[in-house]
Design a protein around this ligand. Structure first.
Ligand code: NAD
Ligand code: MN
Length: 363
């Protein structure tokens, strides 16, 4: 028996709706693959927990999570709790505490889902964006002086370390190497930002020597938005800073059809700690409780989790089942369908029992 312990933190808004849908499919995979077993423990951390206890998770939260093989996370955000509390109280402490420095965001146009780009169907847009997840523009350094006065100064300092840049670059080159096209685009803004960004370019060139079979190029982030929009076929694996990749991956999600299908994985590549898998979207108060949240992002990130755990066949089976259901037009309203979350989930569960996985990775 291959048994994995999974900490499920559905948290706020539509988080529980899409995570419970994903857990239903993990149970289907157990049936489909005897020998595979998930011990799933649910945690009620999040905004409701905060309203009762004054914290988003207990003080020993990381100590508790440390013992799991993976974390399956919904979303945080509540109308009556400030965003900085929900974000800095739960998601970011997990990312930082477990040094999940590689944030990996696959984007593809799934069959049956239309891109807002003309002539862009499945196969034309197939990217993986690697976001540096531990430093850069979101390191929290900076300050404000002379508050409220005309001479007030605010600084927002981006920190790039040789260790931090080298490790994300190695991760990105290695990921690019594992994909059929073996192609990496390194994004910076090194024409205008002359220090840390130039260091990015230099370290990229150094690390490239370790991966002679990967072809790579450099793009400035502004020009990158144009290339993503006009020539999506020209890109494969992409690596960028915390801020740049944050922005580019929202664009990528939109170009692939909806935020409701976009997954992300917060990975500790050295596997010292559990990695965390979540949809990119937030808690979506506007549709909470209506039963129409798109569960595809949650399913796709579950497939990323299975892949990370080494369960390639289960991951492929899950993604093929998702694609078959999308192709059949069983989809939620955000992508032009009329199905509920539960109908999509049941259809994918049924497809899991029918799909025969092939050897090639479809993530
Ligand atoms: P959001 O992602 O929650 O929603 C944006 C829009 O996309 C909404 O119209 C929503 O209905 C739609 N949408 C999102 N996911 C969907 C899905 N699965 N199916 C169908 N439609 C979907 O972003 P927002 O409205 O800016 O933020 C709401 C809250 O979520 C805020 O508190 C914000 O801070 C938080 N947030 C959390 C995360 C996270 O937990 N990782 C990420 C983004 C936003
Ligand atoms: Mn973002």
């Amino acid at each position: 028996m291959r048994t994995y312990s999974i900490a499920a933190i559905p948290a706020d808004g539509i988080g529980p709706e899409v995570i419970n849908a994903g857990i239903q499919l993990l149970r289907s995979l157990e049936q489909r693959f005897p020998g595979l077993q998930f011990n799933i423990q649910q945690f009620d951390w999040g905004s409701d927990y905060y309203k009762q206890h004054g914290v988003m998770m207990p003080e020993n939260g990381l100590e508790v999570l440390k013992h799991f093989n993976a974390i399956y996370f919904g979303a945080v955000g509540a109308a009556d709790v400030p965003d900085h509390i929900t974000l800095w109280g739960l998601r970011l402490p997990i990312c930082q505490g477990f040094d999940q420095y590689a944030n990996v965001r696959p984007t593809r146009v799934l069959p049956g889902i239309s891109s807002p780009l003309r002539n862009c169907g499945p196969g034309d847009l197939d990217w993986i964006i690697v976001r540096e997840n531990s430093e850069g523009e979101y390191s929290g350094h900076g300050g404000r002086a002379h508050r409220g006065l005309p001479e007030e100064v605010g600084t927002e300092v981006a920190i790039f370390t040789r260790t931090g840049v080298t490790r994300i670059m190695r991760y990105a080159f290695s990921l690019a190497q594992s994909r059929p096209r073996k192609q990496l685009t390194v994004v910076t803004k090194s024409n205008a930002q002359r220090h840390g960004m130039v260091m990015w370019d230099e370290i990229a060139a150094e690390v490239a020597q370790e991966f002679p079979d990967v072809s790579w190029d450099k793009m400035l982030v502004d020009a990158m938005t144009v290339r993503m929009t006009l020539h999506p076929q020209s890109l494969d694996t992409i690596v960028a800073t915390n801020l740049h990749a944050d922005i580019l991956s929202d664009l990528a999600g939109a170009l692939a059809g909806s935020l409701g299908v976009a997954p992300t994985a917060n990975i500790d590549p050295e596997r010292r700690f559990p990695s965390m898998f979540e949809p990119i979207h937030g808690s979506a108060f506007d549709i909470t409780g209506k039963g129409i949240a798109n569960p595809v992002a949650s399913f796709w990130t579950a497939a990323q989790m299975l892949e990370h755990l080494g369960e390639h066949q289960a991951a492929e089976t899950l993604m093929q089942a998702v694609e078959n259901v999308c192709r059949a037009g069983i989809k939620t309203p955000d992508v032009g369908g009329s199905a509920t979350t539960q109908q999509v989930t049941d259809a994918v569960a049924a497809a899991i029992m029918q799909t025969s996985a092939v050897a090639e990775s479809v993530l």
